[in-house]
Design a protein around this ligand. Structure first.
Ligand code: TYM
Length: 322
């Protein structure tokens, strides 16, 4: 089953990125799985060039540290496969302005600033191309990518109807729990690299004491009953989902073991520290050899270019390009 997903190199991953996406990727890896660092996407918002380069290397190291194995799956940089930019153009000529301007993430990000970049508007088309270029059946992503996945399906179907069967129509897959990890300080808002307060996100590189402090200070409520119920207890439900994702139990089963918030928080903090420690150790080792990190994605790009090139040529031909 062909699988593809990607992340932006826009800063250290938080535990939402890890539980919502990367952890699933590791479970789904096979010779048919493609995982990319979507560096072109990171250009849609202002980013210092040197920072982008170093965050790209960081993200490759994080993928490997979390357990992606380049001997098993294909790991590559989006910008090293030029078909992504080319496919973007073909699909921009299939998508409409109306459907792009209605995207929730575009509306949120464009209202925060005047003079936003055109790339911010067309971003979901680039993402659709990332997916369609690989004849992807399944896209493992967090819940916030649902709308982008839906657009990808709409564009694939529209293209196939107008120009003949060309693309596989993909589906998004979300994990059963932790598909939308919430901000620890504001549990009705998703944990986010760009908006969350520093105390609201746990980063995969956080030290044990930082993790402990953030979980102990996580906003809960005052009724002191450990119950999994998003409507009335979002703070506790969020902690239970993080716990459940790391322990492979249901959130309800975890909730049943606790009567006090403090005990749940202490155990969760120990579990998060213990789960991230091996990733952090391996990340530190990998970062000592940036040449090898570059080599991993260079090898990945060879395979990615082969697969994407074929699909690109098929799509270009279908549209009438000689
Ligand atoms: P990005 O880089 O914002 O996020 C990477 C992945 O992390 C998931 N995620 C979360 N999961 C659970 N809880 C959260 N609070 C949380 N925050 C983020 C995201 O759903 C995502 O899976 N547009 C994409 C990148 C992309 C892509 C693609 C993904 C570009 N092309 C092709 C899949 C296929 C993005 O910005 O993800």
């Amino acid at each position: 089953m062909r699988v593809l997903s990607g992340m932006q190199p826009s800063g250290t991953l938080h535990i939402g990125n890890y539980l919502g996406a990367l952890k699933q990727w590791v479970e789904a890896q096979s010779s048919d799985a493609f995982y990319c660092v979507v560096d072109l996407h990171a250009l849609t918002l202002e980013i210092d060039p040197a920072t982008l380069r170093s965050q790209t290397l960081d993200l490759i190291a994080t993928y490997l540290a979390a357990g992606l194995d380049p001997e098993i799956c294909t790991i590559f940089l989006q910008s090293e496969v030029p078909y992504h930019a080319q496919m973007n153009w073909l699909l921009e000529c299939v998508a409409t302005y109306g459907e792009l301007s209605r995207m929730t993430q575009f509306k949120e990000k464009s209202t925060r600033k005047t003079g936003y970049r055109v790339g911010l508007l067309t971003y979901p088309v680039l993402m659709a191309g990332d997916i369609l270029l690989y004849e992807t059946a399944e896209v493992p992503v967090g819940d916030d990518q649902r709308q982008h996945l839906e657009l990808t399906r709409v564009l694939a179907e529209r293209f196939n109807n107008r120009y003949g069967p060309t693309f596989v129509v993909p589906v998004g897959v979300q994990p059963k729990v932790a598909a939308r990890v919430m901000d620890l300080q504001e549990p009705t808002r998703k944990m986010s690299k760009s908006i969350s307060s520093p105390m609201g996100s746990i980063f995969v590189t956080d030290s044990a004491s930082e993790i402990d402090k953030k979980i102990k200070k996580a906003v809960t409520d005052t009724d002191n009953e450990v119950r999994y119920d998003w409507d009335t207890k979002p703070g506790i439900s969020n902690l239970l989902e993080i716990y459940s994702s790391l322990s492979d139990e249901t959130p309800q089963a975890v909730a049943e073991r606790y009567t006090r918030y403090g005990d749940l928080k202490s155990d969760l903090s120990a579990l998060v520290v213990e789960s991230l420690a091996p990733i952090q150790k391996r990340y530190d080792e990998l970062m000592t050899d940036p040449v090898e990190l570059r080599a991993v994605v260079a090898r990945g790009a060879l395979k990615a270019n082969e697969v994407a090139g074929e699909v690109y040529r098929r799509a270009a031909h279908a549209m009438g390009l000689i």
